[in-house]
Design a protein around this ligand. Sequence first.
Ligand SMILES: *[C@@H]1O[C@H](CO)[C@@H](O)[C@H](O)[C@H]1NC(C)=O
Ligand SMILES: *[C@@H]1O[C@H](CO)[C@@H](O)[C@H](O)[C@H]1NC(C)=O
Ligand SMILES: *[C@@H]1O[C@H](CO)[C@@H](O)[C@H](O)[C@H]1NC(C)=O
Ligand SMILES: *[C@@H]1O[C@H](CO)[C@@H](O)[C@H](O)[C@H]1NC(C)=O
Ligand SMILES: *[C@@H]1O[C@H](CO)[C@@H](O)[C@H](O)[C@H]1NC(C)=O
Length: 442
Amino acid sequence: MRLRFFTLLCLCCCWFVSSEGETVSCSNIVSSGFRSDNISITDFGGVGDGHTLNTKAFREAIYRIQRLTRVGGTLLYVPPGVYLTEPFNLTSHMTLYLAAGAVIMATQDSSNWPLIAPLPSYGRGRELPGGRYMSFMHGDGVQDVVITGENGTIDGQGDLWWNKWRQRSLQFTRPNLVEFVNSRDIIISNVIFKNSPFWNIHPVYSSNIVVRFVTILAPRDSPNTDGIDPDSSSNVCIEDSYISTGDDLVAVKSGWDEYGIAYGLPSSNITIRRVSGSSPFAGIAVGSETSGGVENVLAEHINLYKMGIGIHIKTNSGRGGFIKNITVSHVYIEEARKGIRISGDVGDHPDDKFDPNALPLVKGVTIKNVWGVKVLQAGLIQGVKNSPFTDICLYDINLRGVTEPRTPPWKCSDVSGFAHQVSPWPCSELSSNQQGSCANYS
Ligand SMILES: *[C@@H]1O[C@H](CO)[C@@H](O)[C@H](O)[C@H]1NC(C)=O
Ligand SMILES: *[C@@H]1O[C@H](CO)[C@@H](O)[C@H](O)[C@H]1NC(C)=O
Ligand SMILES: *[C@@H]1O[C@H](CO)[C@@H](O)[C@H](O)[C@H]1NC(C)=O
Ligand SMILES: *[C@@H]1O[C@H](CO)[C@@H](O)[C@H](O)[C@H]1NC(C)=O
Ligand SMILES: *[C@@H]1O[C@H](CO)[C@@H](O)[C@H](O)[C@H]1NC(C)=O
């Protein structure tokens, strides 16, 4: 019955309608009131001609917001125009408002780009040892920050950085487009993110984060341009967004090997819904950096096109940490190398000090109501030898190949759990009569 209803929805192309018939949303996770104070970047000498460097204008406007605190906070208005600038810090109780036609564009001159310390849960920059370039927009220890408007654009002009990466001429890890560290009560909505040098939106050690009605774009061949990466963060809600980049669309993380284990801050209570997009890597990902643990993730109503892997849960020996209580449901995949992959041997290590006996725990992953067409390989579940994945539950899954009707069979090892109405049939490791072990997580 469920499957039939699902199929019907699929045929109607009505994927954004919840099958329960009601629209749930994350609008109540962060409340932000009306900003009575409204200043414009032009009051600080901002010029939107695409050439003038506006670093001073942005830093002074934000300094003014920080120093002259107004009840209800301040809105910083960016009128239509192209505002070139170096990176800048955000401050608490502010709204950065991009009018229709407003573009905040990162300078391509990286010589003055500030360096900041590596994240303690990574021990070094993600790409290279040592510090890392500060994100284009950076919030450290802030609260009540909104980035919104009328779908103006934040443009990272990443090609300079991608080329340096390709030529191996970078000294430090590339900047994210927007990063919040140790922050809370953040809303990012109605903004277009374009050509990030590295990951697009990176909340880390943060809580109560809402990202909705955003568009994130980067070329398919741009390296490491993840869409949204909640990292050691809790109560994060991502919805109603389109993401098409060169790497994972959404990847939930929590630190890297011995550094992430020592820091020990999980990502928890992460909701992802009504997200669509395209990527040569994963649509919905957990990992591979999960050393602080990841739990209570719900991803639903996800539409993926021309993918590397639809759903990818990834970890490695040496990671430690845990991946628990992950639910992914109502996913439509059209064209993918692999539909579903849960793997225990993915991702690199920060250095050779990682403990190979720090084995990850993967328990309670439910993937249901997945419909895929033109999927080259349905699925792959490879647990860790001395730490098999348990309570892995698959049901109502139909992944069709390019040559109808079947894709090659699943491959499984070191896994136990339950499967029901899965086509092609997954593998003998997943039994069809353990309803009990699945029920806790469905
Ligand atoms: C803020 O001020 C600008 C003009 O500087 C105006 O166009 C805009 O509508 C104002 N926004 C709000 C929310 O008051
Ligand atoms: C921005 O924040 C970073 C990290 O907190 C800090 O190192 C840097 O000095 C700040 N830069 C400015 C211009 O305030
Ligand atoms: C901005 O884009 C979002 C997502 O595409 C869309 O839902 C919204 O209506 C747009 N808002 C405006 C003001 O154009
Ligand atoms: C996650 O959500 C649960 C249930 O709503 C809540 O009890 C818990 O405190 C939340 N965790 C965090 C870290 O906020
Ligand atoms: C599992 O995660 C869901 C969110 O997807 C949450 O509602 C539920 O409370 C969690 N279950 C447990 C046992 O923590």
